[in-house]
Design a protein around this ligand. Structure first.
Ligand SMILES: [Zn+2]
Ligand SMILES: [Zn+2]
Length: 555
């Protein structure tokens, strides 16, 4: 769905005819979109669709006093009336014109003129009050006022099960809303079908809102330029703060990345509102609604730490898991300043290769090698899980960070990267702590199961030296077993398979084992690290191989 029109496809077009000012040109996806709409049969006969310069005349404000197109607004209003008659909507009805615009819209979605984000036109996005409730009930789930309620259903179900769905139904229920069927919360599919067929079309204003507001005939397709994402910029009544995501980056858990994940999450949560005075760090991009970019991507095994690049959504997602020279240099600087940028799996491969990076190509190459290293690291974890070493694995997750909340003093950004003078830690209430720990454990272990299912184990670029090392680790863990570690393994297994366990004591046992590893654990970790070193050295030998030099899609 991203880049439906592809940025490159329309490059020529943009160069030829510029939409918008130099400072903030219209988003290429939006330009692609208006081209498609202007040519669409649904809008056939739209008055003054193309102007003298061959440009789509998207806007037709009612206040044009002169010029060739001063009557466009009135002519288009007539067109909309004709359309209404065609499809059987009476122009006597309230908001007839927006009803027509919604009904005939060929895509039922549109990109934002400002940021290019595609959103649906129907009422599927949680509004402020619904969001507030969701955040209270489902602490830590990452969604915002821009997440479709259908996605919210899946997110809630995957982490809170049917009980979570029941709570979701409670929040969405209202006297003005359609009644939920008795069994609505029994399955995510049932609930989504009801929402899509009945609830969303009912446009329950107190709960959900549309991705873009209607304003026919001022705009060609009858919808505002700015979607829900960027409305704050044109409508002073709506604060940008409302859009900030309560973010806990799920991918961090999925990749088993270390680091102060609570502090990092808190800093992510400051986006975009704390950085609206800055622009995207990518040259030539002036976007100032910014997202947090991991300088060292977590998908490459870097730590999730409170330090981020400032990037617009679109540049951030096209960076994906490729580091640029900028990223490498920043990482080097942070390492020199004594910061821990690595997670347990990535130090050796970085050490073996980073000195060979001196341009964009080699920066990308290191990214590819680190991606392979990360796959192997995940494979090792999967196998350890297969051997039942659950308590040992749980110590990688650094649960203890959840005990502290943080506050940043003097938060700003320097050279496109976040900066703060100090970080203040303060204790959190035990209930929140437990929720966060629980989520991290569940997401991380679940991702190992999913990884084991999908990964192609025969595609390793280097010889598998680790399977034998894993057996050595398992032997060390077994030899070092104590009644306590056996007990933690058992209770963790119970917890992960949905059994009833006292979570507080289980979590604190894991914390103790993290802080003061039993002999078996620390010996296994030594073996793991020396194994990762061997893997890094083998990967380094492939530096000049086709796999890493070849340009194109990421492996
Ligand atoms: Zn937007
Ligand atoms: Zn950008």
């Amino acid at each position: 769905m991203k880049n439906r029109y592809g940025h490159h496809e329309h490059t020529d077009f943009v160069a030829e005819i510029t939409y918008g000012s130099e400072k903030r040109p219209w988003h290429p996806d939006f330009i692609g979109f208006i081209q498609e709409m202007a040519a669409h049969a649904v809008y056939a006969g739209m008055p003054d669709a193309i102007d003298e310069d061959g440009k789509v005349q998207w806007e037709s404000p009612s206040n044009r006093r002169s010029g060739k197109y001063q009557n466009t607004h009135a002519k288009r209003l007539k067109w909309w009336m004709g359309k209404a008659e065609c499809i059987g909507i009476s122009t006597e009805e309230n908001q007839w014109i927006s009803r027509v615009a919604k009904r005939i819209h060929p895509l039922k979605r549109k990109p934002c003129r400002n940021c290019g984000r595609w959103l649906h036109l129907d009422y599927r996005y949680p509004n402020k009050t619904a969001m507030k409730k969701f955040r209270e009930i489902f602490e830590g789930l990452e969604f915002s006022e821009l997440t479709s309620i259908l996605e919210v259903v899946d997110l809630v179900h995957s982490e809170y099960g049917v009980d979570g769905l029941k709570q979701l139904v409670e929040v969405l229920s209202a006297p003005s809303a359609p009644d939920f069927p008795q069994n609505a919360a029994d399955s995510p599919t049932l609930l989504k079908v009801f929402l899509l067929d009945i609830y969303i079309p009912a446009e329950v204003k107190g709960k959900l809102g549309p991705g873009a507001m209607s304003n026919a005939p001022d705009r060609f397709d009858g919808f505002h330029h700015f979607n829900r994402c960027c409305r704050g910029r044109s409508d002073p009544g709506r604060s940008k703060k409302n859009l900030s995501t309560y973010s806990t980056d799920r991918r961090v858990f999925e990749h088993w990345c270390g680091g102060d994940w609570i502090a990092a999450d808190r800093l992510m949560g400051q986006f975009p509102s704390a950085f609206t005075d800055h622009e995207c760090r990518i040259e030539g991009c002036f976007e100032n609604i910014l997202t947090a970019d991991h300088i060292g991507p977590v998908s490459l095994g870097f730590a999730h730490r409170p330090s981020f690049g400032l990037m617009c959504k679109s540049d951030n997602s096209s960076k994906n898991n490729r580091m640029s020279l900028f990223d490498i240099e920043k990482l080097r600087a942070h390492i020199n300043e004594g910061e821990e940028v690595f997670s347990w799996q990535s130090r050796h491969v970085w050490d073996a290769l980073h000195h060979r990076v001196n341009d964009e190509e080699t920066a990308r190459r290191l990214s590819k090698v680190m991606r392979d290293n990360q796959r192997i690291a995940m494979e090792i974890l999967c196998q350890l899980k297969g051997h039942g070493c659950l308590a040992y694995l749980a110590t990688f997750l650094e649960l203890g960070h959840a005990r502290c909340d943080v506050e940043f003093v003097g938060l700003s950004a320097v050279d496109g990267v976040t900066h703060f003078d100090a970080i203040k830690h303060k204790p959190r209430t035990s209930k929140q702590v437990e929720k966060q720990m629980e989520r991290r454990l569940r997401v991380a272990f679940k991702s190992l199961d999913e990884y084991a299912e999908k990964e192609n184990r025969h595609a390793w670029t280097i010889q598998d030296t680790w399977t034998i090392e894993i057996e050595a680790m398992v032997a060390l863990l077994k030899a070092g077993r104590t009644t306590r570690t056996v007990e933690v393994d058992r209770r963790l297994e119970e917890f992960l398979t949905g059994g009833r366990v006292r979570k507080d004591s289980l979590f604190s046992d894991i914390e103790i084992a993290t802080e003061y590893p039993p002999k078996g654990f620390s010996e296994a970790t030594d073996t793991l690290q020396s194994s990762l070193k061997v893997i890094a050295d083998s990967l380094a030998k492939e530096w000049d191989s086709d796999r890493y030099i070849r340009t194109g899609l990421e492996g």
